[in-house]
Design a protein around this ligand. Structure first.
Ligand SMILES: NC(=O)c1ccc[n+]([C@@H]2O[C@H](COP(=O)([O-])OP(=O)(O)OC[C@H]3O[C@@H](n4cnc5c(N)ncnc54)[C@H](OP(=O)(O)O)[C@@H]3O)[C@@H](O)[C@H]2O)c1
Length: 341
C-alpha cells in the first residue's frame, strides 16, 4: 500500500539511456518486511552488467529483466517502518543486509526488505563499511560451501582462489583465515601484499600463465576471475578433493545470447564438460547469488569479531552514479558506494 511519504530512487533506463533520479511514493512494508532508509548501497559488478542488459532473459523469470529498473542488492541504513509480525527490529535500529535480484533494488533512499535478510549493526559500526559487504559476502559464502568447505572441516585444507584480490576473493581470504584453511591466492603482484594481509599464505602471479605449473594438491578451488580458466583450476584439485565452485560461469550469458532452448543445451554441455574433469566424488557448483540466512549469520559473527572488511574507494550520491559505475566497470581497486541520503 502506498503512503504519503516520499523518497528518491535511481532508475536505470536501459543500456544506452543511462540513469535518472526520480521521486517516488513509498509503500508500507508487508508482513515480515521492514523499510530501511538507505545510508549506503554497493555498486557491484553485476549492477554494471545488468545496466548493460546482461542477464535479461533469465532474470526476467524473477521480474528483474526489464528496464526501467532499480539496481542494487545490498544496503546499510536505519529502520523507518515495520510490517506485521516483525519483532526482531524497531524503528531507528541501524541495520545492513541483502535483497534478491529484482527491478526494485537498493539504489534508493528507502528499500523494503524481508526482515529475515537483515542484520543488526552495533553502535559504532560504520554503516558505509557494512554496506560494502553483504552481497559479496553471501555470494562468496555460497561458493565456499558449494566447493564443500565448512567452518567445521576447513582447518588445514589447501584452498586455491583465482581473483583473490577482488571483493569476493578478499572476503574469502578473510573467512578462510578465520576458519584455519591454508590459502593460495592467484592475483597480480601489486595485489600480493593486500592478499597476504587478508590471510593468503602463498601467492601465484596471475600474469605468468600459472596454471600449467600448479600442482594437483588442492582440496578446494574457487574461481572469481575468469571462466576461461575454470578447467585449469579444476585440474589443480587432488584426488579425493572436496570440489570447485565458480561465480564466473556463463549461465546468464548463455540464455542472453542463445535463447531458451539453445541456452539450456549450451549450459548443460558447459557444466558436463567441466564436471567430467573433477576428481571422483568432487563437487562442482555454479554459484548464483541469493539471500542465505546461514551466510548472513556467518557475516554477522565475522563483522563483530572485526575479521572482515573491504576497502572503499568511491562514495557518491545518487546523482553521482556515473562515477560509481565507471569505477566498477573499469575494474579499479576498492568498492564503490552510492549514498542516497
Ligand atoms: N554468479 C553470481 O551470482 C555472482 C555474484 C557476485 C559476483 N559474481 C561475479 O564474480 C566475479 C568476482 O566478483 P568481485 O565482486 O570479486 O569482482 P572484482 O572485485 O572486480 O574482482 C575480480 C577479480 O578477478 C580478477 N580477474 C578478473 N579477470 C581476470 C582474468 N582474466 N585473469 C586474472 N584475474 C582476473 C581481477 O583482477 P584484476 O583487476 O587485476 O584484473 C579482480 O581481482 C565477478 O565477475 C562478478 O561479476 C557473480
Amino acid at each position: 500500500m502506498v503512503t504519503n511519504a516520499t523518497g528518491t530512487t535511481l532508475v536505470c533506463l536501459g543500456p544506452s539511456s543511462g540513469f535518472e533520479v526520480r521521486p517516488i511514493l513509498r509503500r508500507k512494508p508487508a508482513a515480515g518486511e521492514i523499510e530501511v532508509a538507505v545510508a549506503a548501497a554497493s555498486v557491484n559488478p553485476i549492477d554494471v552488467r545488468r545496466a548493460q542488459g546482461y542477464g535479461r532473459r533469465l532474470l526476467s523469470l524473477v521480474g528483474a529483466g526489464r528496464f526501467p529498473m532499480i539496481l542494487g542488492n545490498d544496503f546499510a541504513g536505519i529502520v523507518t517502518a515495520l510490517g506485521d509480525s516483525v519483532d526482531a527490529f524497531k524503528i531507528g535500529d541501524r541495520v545492513y543486509g541483502v535483497k534478491p535480484p529484482s527491478a526494485d533494488g537498493t539504489h534508493a533512499s528507502h528499500v523494503l526488505v524481508k526482515a529475515a535478510h537483515v542484520l543488526p549493526a552495533r553502535a559504532g559500526q560504520d554503516l558505509q563499511a557494512l554496506a560494502a559487504l553483504p552481497y559479496s559476502f553471501v555470494t562468496m559464502w555460497l561458493a565456499v560451501r558449494g566447493a564443500g568447505l565448512t567452518r567445521q572441516n576447513a582447518a588445514g585444507k589447501r584452498v586455491l582462489i583465482h581473483g583473490a584480490a577482488g571483493g569476493l576473493g578478499t572476503l574469502t581470504l578473510q573467512m578462510m583465515s578465520a576458519w584455519g584453511a591454508c590459502v593460495t591466492a592467484i592475483a597480480r603482484p601489486h595485489d600480493f601484499a593486500a592478499c597476504r594481509d587478508a590471510g593468503a599464505l602463498e601467492m601465484v602471479d596471475s600474469n605468468s600463465k600459472p596454471f600449467a605449473t600448479l600442482s594437483r594438491t588442492f582440496d578446494a578451488t574457487l574461481n572469481f576471475a575468469a571462466w576461461d580458466d575454470d578447467l585449469a583450476l579444476i585440474g589443480a584439485l587432488r584426488d579425493g578433493a572436496l570440489g570447485h565452485a565458480t561465480t564466473v560461469h556463463p549461465l546468464l550469458a548463455n540464455f542472453d545470447e542463445l535463447g531458451w532452448a539453445r541456452g539450456v543445451l549450451k549450459t548443460l554441455s558447459d557444466r558436463h564438460r567441466h564436471s567430467a574433469a573433477l576428481p571422483k566424488n568432487g563437487r562442482y557448483v555454479w554459484t548464483v547469488f541469493k539471500p542465505e540466512i546461514l551466510a548472513l549469520q556467518e557475516l554477522r559473527g565475522l563483522v563483530e569479531q572485526r575479521r572482515v572488511g573491504l576497502p572503499i574507494a568511491v562514495r557518491e550520491p545518487l546523482a553521482g552514479v556515473a562515477q560509481a559505475f565507471d569505477h566498477v566497470n573499469k575494474g579499479r581497486r576498492g568498492r564503490a558506494l552510492i549514498l542516497p541520503g
